[in-house]
Design a protein around this ligand. Structure first.
Ligand SMILES: NC(=O)c1ccc[n+]([C@@H]2O[C@H](COP(=O)([O-])OP(=O)(O)OC[C@H]3O[C@@H](n4cnc5c(N)ncnc54)[C@H](OP(=O)(O)O)[C@@H]3O)[C@@H](O)[C@H]2O)c1
Length: 260
């Protein structure tokens, strides 16, 4: 993988040349480092992969879009996060499992003040989640962020396998959900979507960053993109923080202005 932007200074040792081995894990960690946080605040980063024409799924799953380099960035972003947040649609469709962190990364996380393994937090109003799903076969108990009006029987069954947190009456209020994560010492939030959750976070000004992998593929018409749901009153501006590349796949890191 190589960095295309920002360009290193001319003559800088970081400027790539012929035979350059490319970025190493340390370089990727530095490229995606989470900024220092003020106490009581969260940093919310979204990570998506899409085809060049904006498809975020092919045959209902995202797996066909990402190659080895995308999986490397995906893992790295997890290793830099306190918690991985997903919508229940993605957890169900992608059959989410716990985050996997190798021993050396556990040590690095602990040295940096993080827990060895980030929990997965699922946002669900229906609580239609199978308590025997592999998500719940985890070394760190998952969090389920739900609403007060969720079906009581499903909530009771899921309390056996996860920590259930109520964040709103009729729907999960995302600002309240983020405050709950901060209160639990999980301020570095990585959300892996899906499109419905992402659109709400970005639309409400609750997103600090979008990490977008653009795969050199055309998905064709009729696919979900990286946002879904209700339209916004206006488009949101972003600032490009970096652009990396491997084998024609682009890795864009954008910053957004947080509004809340
Ligand atoms: N390309 C990528 O990087 C990428 C990433 C993620 C997902 N995807 C794709 O996206 C698709 C899934 O999309 P999706 O839009 O269904 O997924 P989603 O955003 O992950 O899930 C939507 C679900 O999350 C829950 N939810 C979200 N916001 C809520 C709120 N404010 N209050 C209460 N519940 C809330 C609801 O769950 P309940 O129904 O349980 O109430 C809702 O049905 C899959 O095809 C997946 O492969 C692609």
């Amino acid at each position: 993988m190589r960095r295309l932007l920002p360009l290193p200074e001319p003559g800088s040792p970081a400027r790539p040349g012929p035979g350059d081995p490319g970025l190493a894990q340390d370089d990727l960690d530095a490229a995606y480092a989470v900024p220092a946080l003020l106490p009581g605040t969260a940093h919310v980063r979204a990570n998506f992969v899409a085809s060049a024409d904006g498809a975020a799924e092919v045959s209902g799953r995202s797996g066909a879009l990402g190659g080895p380099a995308d999986r490397w960035v995906f893992r790295t972003l997890r290793w830099l996060a306190d918690v991985v947040v997903v919508g229940a649609g993605t957890a169900r469709t992608e059959d989410y499992g716990p985050a996997i962190v190798p021993p050396e990364r556990r040590e690095a996380r602990v040295a940096a003040g993080l827990a060895p393994v980030p929990p997965i937090a699922v946002i669900s109003g229906s609580m239609e989640l199978d308590p025997t799903a592999r998500l719940f076969d985890a070394e760190v108990r998952p969090l389920l962020l739900t609403r007060a009006s969720a079906p009581a029987d499903r909530v009771a069954a899921l309390r056996e396998v996860a920590d259930v947190v109520v964040c709103g009456d009729e729907r999960v209020e995302l600002k309240a959900a983020l405050a709950e994560l901060v209160a639990r010492g999980l301020p570095r939030v990585l959300t892996e979507g899906g499109p419905l959750l992402h659109a709400q976070l970005a639309g409400a000004g609750l997103l600090d960053e979008l990490c977008l992998t653009v795969a050199p593929l055309l998905g064709g018409p009729g696919h979900l993109g990286i946002v879904a749901g209700l339209p916004w009153p206006s488009a949101r501006a972003m600032e490009l923080a970096h652009l990396l590349e491997e084998d024609g796949t682009l890795f864009l890191r954008y910053r957004l202005t947080r509004e809340q």
